[in-house]
Design a protein around this ligand. Sequence first.
Ligand SMILES: [Cu+2]
Length: 240
Amino acid sequence: MNHWIKGASSYAADIDGLFWLVTALIGFWFIVAQGIVIYFALKYRRKEGVKAAYITGKSWRELNWVFIPVVLVVMCDGWIDVATASVWHNVKETLPPADQKVGVTAQQWAWTFRHEGPDGKLGTPDDIVTVDDLHVVVNKVIHVDLQSKDVLHSFSIPVMRFKQDTIPGRSITGWFKPILPGVYDVQCAEICGIGHGYMPARITVQTQADYDAWMKSIAAGATALPGTPSAAATSPAPQK
Ligand SMILES: [Cu+2]
């Protein structure tokens, strides 16, 4: 997976592991099922002088063509469930303490990001507010407080393997820990209107020193959106 989309968060490798497990199991059964269909289609094709037989499917020998694959596939399903449980728990059901909090507001068709200002708190007048330009510090646990102004959007950072819907009227907190500095794509992953394809953003993962320098460079021109304190500061409940 890393060959196509870098894994840049602490849990990216776990998500990729699940992706490959599911792909391998589904791929295996796809090849087996298609192979059997093609084999039988050729083996029992129309032949001169051979009459077609009517198969009732009542004998155990015939029923086993259904039951045995069902049991095997359900076992594979259980395998996926067990492998998924711990990753899901880690990514979606736990919320490690935040090193940095970011407010994310989606709207048709842009992302507004609110960064903690010099006071280290979110939802205060010194917040650094940007549009389509998110900055975070590498190797820090980032809490994102997701809100939407209008319709459903989905906040997706493919390299972080992070994706979470934003829902009008709700405040949803998610987390990721970036481990690779760089500039990466942020996408809306939910059709949200005619401009859906035009709401790309970027995330810059940088060292603390670079982040501080960036903060300083834009602090002079920064503005805070009035009257909308972020819920990230007050509601740490993880969302499933
Ligand atoms: Cu959108």
